[in-house]
Write a protein that binds this ligand. Structure first.
Ligand code: HEC
Length: 155
């Protein structure tokens, strides 16, 4: 009898611990994508018509599109690192470039063009990658050409 109660208590505890750690996992759609949307999408969005010049197209910078999971996972520097290496934030180009000094040619986003990620935000994105870069149910941004207007002030 006592053993049963103890076992039940143990399983209860285990369930609690597992549930807590599942809740602690970074959620791509609500926690990571908003950062990408605010700082990267103005340049890394799908090809589209130029709003003022008929017949002209605006292409994603470098050909890199960040508005859907497939493109994000496929992005890689020619002969170089992939943008996202699940489990390895330090090998992921996305993390490398935001951590480079602001004036480095390879630092993104370019200074003054979009809000920089704070140290805490870089940590959050790194954690998401370290946890396996799980997109959950998210597949794509349903408004990939829209992004928030930046007031020019860093956080
Ligand atoms: C103002 C435009 C702009 C913004 C905003 C921007 N990028 Fe880029 N990004 C570029 C351009 C331009 C390139 C270079 C394309 C090339 O060299 O062909 C680039 C290339 C990259 C590369 C490849 C770097 C390499 O090693 O070649 C990465 C990674 C990258 N961007 C990540 C990001 C991330 C992450 C953000 C947001 C936090 C971001 N970018 C925001 C314009 C931008």
């Amino acid at each position: 009898m006592h053993k049963t109660i103890l076992l039940a208590a143990l399983f209860g505890l285990l369930a609690l611990v597992m549930n807590t750690s599942a809740q602690d996992k970074v959620d791509f759609e609500t926690q990571v994508y908003p950062l990408i949307k605010a700082s990267c999408v103005q340049c890394h969005r799908p090809e589209h018509d130029h709003p003022e010049r008929p017949g002209r197209k605006i292409r994603p910078k470098g050909g890199y599109v960040f508005t859907n999971a497939e493109a994000l996972m496929a992005a890689e520097v020619e002969d170089g690192p992939k943008f996202i290496v699940p489990g390895k934030p330090e090998d992921s180009r996305i993390i490398q470039v935001v951590k480079l000094p602001l004036h480095d040619d390879y630092h993104y986003p370019p200074e003054g063009k979009a809000p920089q990620w704070t140290a805490a935000e870089i940590e959050l994105v790194s954690k998401w990658i370290a946890e396996g870069a799980d997109f959950g149910k998210w597949k794509e941004d349903d408004k990939p050409l829209e992004y928030p207007v930046w007031d020019g002030k860093e956080k």
